[in-house]
Design a protein around this ligand. Sequence first.
Ligand code: BEZ
Length: 211
Amino acid sequence: MTIRLGDTAPDFTAETTEGTINFHEWLGDGWGVLFSHPKDYTPVCTTELGRVANLRAEFEKRNCKILALSVDSVADHKGWINDINETQHCTVNYPIVADPDKKVATLYDMIHPNALDNLTVRSVFIIGPDKKVKLTLTYPASTGRNFNELLRVIDSLQLTANYQVATPADWKHGEDCVVVPAIQTADIPAKFPKGFTEVKPYLRMTPQPDL
Ligand code: BEZ
């Protein structure tokens, strides 16, 4: 099944390194990131899971839970976590789904047979508090993901949800944002007390509203 932006994230119940999880229940009212990696005891994946563990506080600040997945067993995941902690100087502090029967991988279309036969590719799904899919990403096995980019996207999504601003190309935290087109220019001063610049009638910039 192809999962598109705005779809409800498929629910599932699965075994993880932290016990059985029902995905929607586990997400609660917050945000979530579900990401897959091809296989346990592989080099790029080892660095990725370590990086996420070291960034966990940043995801928590954004009220965002993290769930990893690969097609290996809980026992394999637990053995591998020791290596990740040792080599990446971290404590893996989020659950990893064991998906040996590829139930979740199939549900989320994480297996791309022309890329990696039988293994999950590097998929990412960001899920909002409404359980809708807000972002999908697919990376090749040989390219480790940029998890700071995921934090940047979560910041952007949360600004849009809370303040009706979008973020321009290469936006970074603290930089000016774009007033969404749905807001009339005449209504901007009341909604954005920090002011705005009308570059073009369709391009209105305002300081990041939550700072
Ligand atoms: C890795 O994580 O290093 C990896 C996994 C599968 C294929 C290639 C690289």
